[in-house]
Design a protein around this ligand. Structure first.
Ligand code: SF4
Length: 178
């Protein structure tokens, strides 16, 4: 009996109250390229916020970009990992190369997440930084393609699980989160 209690204690203890990195725009901060926010209403988010568990972070602001700014996309035919490997760029709609700032913002997000001990991040899907399931095709014509942003890719590379804003309930149900 004592053995089972010990196992239960260990399992229960693994659901620690760890912190979660979250895209600033999802927390209502107007930091998107067009000066808007994308606030998400979710009871789990409200609970984590009240418990001081959310680390709001915008990689593009950390990378030195202004609000508003031109839209940016990973160049056509490339994926985020190519950008991290130095084999592709992120360009704005005027063709300016923004790769250095995007990489610097991604590194800053990783450092913030690691410093806070985050094992999970909730990121704004579709962004060339924060995308978790899709990004845009690099032609600035509104066409989506499957993929992630450079911050999401870097976090994943370092063992941090990324979730889109539509997956918050799934994250809340994850065995390591409470
Ligand atoms: Fe939101 Fe991420 Fe874009 Fe910043 S970089 S505005 S946090 S999606």
């Amino acid at each position: 009996m004592g053995h089972f209690l010990a196992i239960g204690y260990v399992i229960g203890y693994s659901r620690i109250m760890d912190k979660i990195l979250i895209s600033s725009c999802l927390m209502g901060q107007p930091v998107r390229y067009d000066g808007t926010a994308k606030p998400v209403a979710n009871p789990h988010l409200a609970r984590w916020l009240a418990a001081g568990r959310l680390i709001a972070f915008c990689p593009e602001i950390a990378g030195g970009f202004a609000v508003p700014r031109l839209p940016a996309e990973i160049e056509p035919e490339a994926v985020a990992q190519d950008v991290l490997n130095g084999a592709a760029r992120i360009l704005d709609s005027d063709g300016n190369d923004l790769t250095t700032g995007f990489l610097s913002g991604a590194q800053a997000a990783l450092i913030a997440a690691q410093k806070a001990g985050c094992r999970h991040a909730v990121l704004m899907d579709g962004s060339p930084s924060c995308g978790t399931s899709f990004v845009y095709n690099g032609q600035f014509d509104g066409t989506r393609k499957t993929g992630v942003g450079v911050t999401a890719a870097l976090l994943m590379q370092h063992g941090i699980t990324v979730w889109g804003q539509d997956q918050i309930n799934d994250l809340a149900a994850h065995p390591s989160v409470c």
